[in-house]
Write a protein that binds this ligand. Structure first.
Ligand SMILES: [Zn+2]
Length: 243
């Protein structure tokens, strides 16, 4: 375990985040058929946790609420630091604790502008993909705003190598505790709303494959070769997916 098991002071966690932010990987995420996939740099000074893959029961159970008094403990802060490091090394735009084998209700999200540089203007605009700063969400509750849904390609670090079309609410409001245990409410639209719904699902044992347009499921290279750079309408038509 070595460095992974040591405790982190909250200030040190902030420092680690800042350092990692300075070398954000050039990639995408939760969904990315049309994203470039540059090899991640990862952390040079530690070994990142492996991301649990689909089939492991920890991905299929309801994760446990985090007692608020636990949030400021060195152990919990260390878990958050491991999650951020693993998300960035993967790279991904979100990671939930069960994906590191820890059944607790916490996830991290981050979608820096650098990850979006490979998208065409049409892709960026269709997806309503805007830079998302690093955030930690503990015991989150995600509520749809309105009933409009949008369908795009989506992938998951725990279903490595595949993508599929998934319909998600276009706008959501999330209430959660932050990394200091302070409550906050956040309303987001477009791609960030998709990320929040995907990560929140992980805490309930749900994977995107439970929600996907199953006929669209394919390896990410196949999806990119066929639909990369095209308006999403082409894929929606090809698979008779909801618009
Ligand atoms: Zn996922």
């Amino acid at each position: 375990m070595g460095r992974l098991s040591r405790s982190f002071h909250p200030r040190e966690v902030s420092r680690l985040w800042h350092e990692a932010a300075m070398r954000a990987p050039l990639l995408c995420v939760v969904a990315l058929a049309a994203c470039a996939s540059t090899a991640p740099a990862g952390r040079k000074d530690s070994v990142n946790d492996p991301i649990v893959q689909s089939g492991h029961p920890v991905l299929r159970q309801r994760a446990a609420d985090v007692p608020p008094e636990e949030i400021r403990t060195p152990e919990f802060q260390a878990l958050v630091a491991r999650m951020v490091a693993a998300m960035r090394a993967a790279p991904g735009v979100g990671l939930a604790a069960p994906q590191l084998g820890v059944p607790k209700r916490v996830f991290v999200v981050e979608d820096p502008a650098a990850l979006q540089a490979s998208l065409t203007p049409v892709e960026r605009s269709e997806r309503e993909r805007a830079p998302l700063p690093l955030r930690v969400l503990v015991n989150p509750t995600v509520t749809p705003v309105g009933d409009e849904k949008v369908t795009f390609w989506e992938g998951c670090l725990s279903v490595s190598g595949y993508s599929a079309l998934v319909a998600r609410f276009r706008e959501v409001e999330v209430s959660a505790l932050d990394e200091h245990g302070a409550p906050f409410t956040w309303r987001v639209r477009g791609w960030p709303a998709r990320i929040l719904q995907h990560e929140s699902d992980h805490l309930d044992g749900t994977l995107y494959v439970d929600r996907m347009v199953s006929r669209s499921f394919g390896t990410t290279p196949q999806v990119k070769a066929r639909f990369g750079g095209q308006p999403i309408a082409a894929a929606l038509e090809a698979f008779a997916a909801p618009r």
